[in-house]
Design a binder for this molecule. Structure first.
Ligand code: SF4
Length: 329
């Protein structure tokens, strides 16, 4: 099935959103879902035009509130595959509160956060992920804000699934999307995305010839080595992790990636390896663990309440979804 819609795509030429859209369109066919069971909810920003360009259902909603709307959908329509598309400004500034509570509740949805480290739609102001000292229209003397480490925020908010991918890495992004879609609960995926108009080359360090010395590719069950010839490695460092030259440590000291460990501090330590200069950037699946989901819990409570109600013809859930008529008497 081709999920291409008939809408004209209105992003700037060269925008990283194009390759993400192409990858998502290609990947959706794998899910084998009918378009009426696929729902994309977005907020406000360049990335939030995403739902127009997919032949599926979608809501271009309000700034920062996509996770709240998606939560309502996930609770009342368990038959839907619910996706949120958001950006660094939408999700981490005005929408920061909604994002962290969706994550801690573990609502069944997949959140794709396009991080271009700038406000693109409003023409180039610094965002919560812009690097310190960044000169923009709203920071003419350089940003004095300390930026968010996006994966650290998600993991600190108890994300049960957290991953990162690069817009131009179609294979890597597809792999993370596949795992995110299979996960029950909130899947959080940060996609590093180029904005050639207002933040050109922001992620060039991860695309150049020596990108492999910057990208730490996480593969479950494998020792974490990186660099063109695996010349660097990740080892323990007190409570955290650090990178070293692999030939300076024994093989047994190299950390073996475990995306399924119940200990959240491990994935958090991985997230702290990222730095603003992009000298080290882990990508792949940081964490994937099970926890009861919010929407399952709500439905269970509604069903229990309906069972205790004197009129048992319909469940409260059916009342909420409007699929059947509630009869009192
Ligand atoms: Fe893409 Fe930047 Fe243009 Fe927005 S402003 S569409 S992020 S290139």
């Amino acid at each position: 099935k081709d999920y291409t819609s008939d809408q004209e795509v209105r992003w700037c030429p060269g925008c990283g959103d194009y390759v993400i859209l192409a990858t998502v369109r290609g990947f959706l066919a794998e899910l084998g879902l009918k378009r009426e069971n696929l729902m994309f909810v977005s907020g406000i920003g360049c990335s939030s035009r995403f739902p127009y360009y997919l032949e599926a259902y979608g809501i271009h909603s309000i700034h920062g509130r996509a996770p709240a709307i998606a939560t309502g959908l996930a609770v009342t329509r368990p038959d839907l595959s619910v996706w949120v598309v958001t950006g660094d400004g939408d999700a981490l500034s005005i929408g920061g509160n909604h994002l962290i509570h969706a994550l801690r509740r573990n609502v069944n949805m997949t959140i794709l956060l396009f991080n271009n480290r700038i406000y693109g739609l409003t023409k180039g102001q610094y965002s919560p992920t812009s690097e310190p000292g960044k000169i923009t229209k709203s920071t003419p003397m350089g940003s004095i804000d300390h930026p968010f480490n996006t994966l650290s925020v998600a993991l600190g908010a108890e994300a049960t699934f957290a991953g990162r991918a690069l817009d131009s890495d179609r294979a890597g992004l597809t792999e993370v999307l596949r795992a995110a879609a299979e996960h029950r609960g909130t899947s959080f995926v940060e996609i590093l995305q180029d904005c050639p108009i207002f933040n050109d080359g922001s992620f060039d360090a991860l695309r150049r010839e020596n990108a492999e010395s910057h990208l730490i590719r996480l593969r479950h069950g494998e020792p974490i080595r990186f660099g063109a010839d695996g010349e660097f490695a990740v080892v323990r460092d007190g409570f955290g992790l650090k990178t070293v030259r692999a030939d300076t440590v024994a093989d047994s000291e190299i950390v073996v990636h475990d995306a399924y460990t119940d200990h959240p501090e491990y994935a958090y330590a991985l997230s702290r390896l990222s730095d603003q200069d992009l000298t080290r950037v882990p990508i792949g699946i940081f964490r994937s663990v099970s926890r009861p989901t919010y929407d399952d819990g709500v439905r269970a409570q509604l069903d229990a309440a309906a069972d205790n109600h004197p009129v048992k013809e319909n469940s409260l859930q059916q009342l909420l979804t409007g699929r059947e008529t509630w009869t009192v008497g």
